[in-house]
Design a protein around this ligand. Structure first.
Ligand code: 2AL
Length: 250
């Protein structure tokens, strides 16, 4: 099977980290097709960045319409439901996948993310995904996303300290890493902390393999049916949904 793993920010080096994490867990028969968004912000750290990332995400899905599944490799899960509308195969966001994985492994987890503003966005996701009973706390480290990519930065040490506080103060039984740029840190952190540390890229790839393996696809009934055909104006004219038969359910 082929899983299209999309980095919705435009930083290629981050895609390399994401692709490595995806390939490290992929089953022998799984091809990981990693893509970097061709338009938008170099890092996604707020609602505006997220909104602006969705056209690039749609482009990356449309460039590979026959992939068996898609992974949105950004912890805000930007454009997740829009992506599910246009894709036939399953679409997984790394935040949703990581929270579900953590809930299977511990009765309570904490999320350790980047900036304070991102922490607030992650709290919204916890509520949207019905994870309030599982998530003990969302913690920020005040590390900008692109600093995770800098060789000499002290990001690793700061993240470890925050994870240690989560285990000690929140009594978190597992840690969810709150950024795709942390995808290479889970093994190191798990060794230091002694609790499961979940990288959402790996979790999403494995859930995608499971869903595809069960022959399951995105529901095309109701709100995840293909978008309704209508004209779009201005710079988004080319994104007008095409006409489809059967009320958008096939
Ligand atoms: C992210 C992420 O995963 N990629 C990105 O650009 N921003 N998320 C975050 N919480 O900072």
């Amino acid at each position: 099977m082929r899983i299209r793993v999309i980095n919705p920010n435009t930083t290629e080096s981050m895609t390399a980290t994401i692709a490595e994490a995806a390939r490290a867990v992929a089953a022998p028969g799984t091809e990981i097709s990693a893509a970097t968004s061709g338009s938008g912000a170099v890092s996604i750290e707020g609602h505006y960045d997220e909104a602006m990332s969705i056209v690039g995400l749609v482009d990356a899905i449309n460039a590979d319409p026959d992939a068996d599944a898609y992974v949105i490799a950004c912890f805000g899960d930007p454009g997740l439901l829009a992506a599910r509308e246009i894709a036939r195969g399953p679409v997984l966001g790394i935040a949703e996948a990581a929270m579900h994985a953590a809930s299977f492994l511990a009765t309570g987890f904490s999320i350790v993310t980047t900036l304070e503003r991102t922490r607030i966005i992650a709290e919204h996701l916890v509520r949207n995904y019905g994870m309030e009973h599982h998530c003990r706390r969302v913690r920020a480290t005040d590390i900008p996303v692109l600093e995770l990519d800098q060789p000499g930065s002290n990001a690793r040490a700061l993240i470890l300290s925050e994870c240690e506080r989560a285990v000690a103060e929140d009594k978190a039984g597992a840690i969810v890493l709150g950024c795709a740029g942390m995808a290479d840190l889970n093994a190191y952190l798990e060794m230091e902390l002694g609790v499961p540390v979940i990288d959402g890229v790996a979790a999403a790839v494995k859930f995608a393999e499971a869903l595809v393996g069960m022959g399951l696809k995105t529901s095309k009934r109701g709100d995840l049916a293909y978008p309704l055909h209508k004209p779009y104006k201005g710079s988004l004219a080319d994104y007008a949904p095409p006409r489809r038969g059967n009320g958008g359910t096939v």
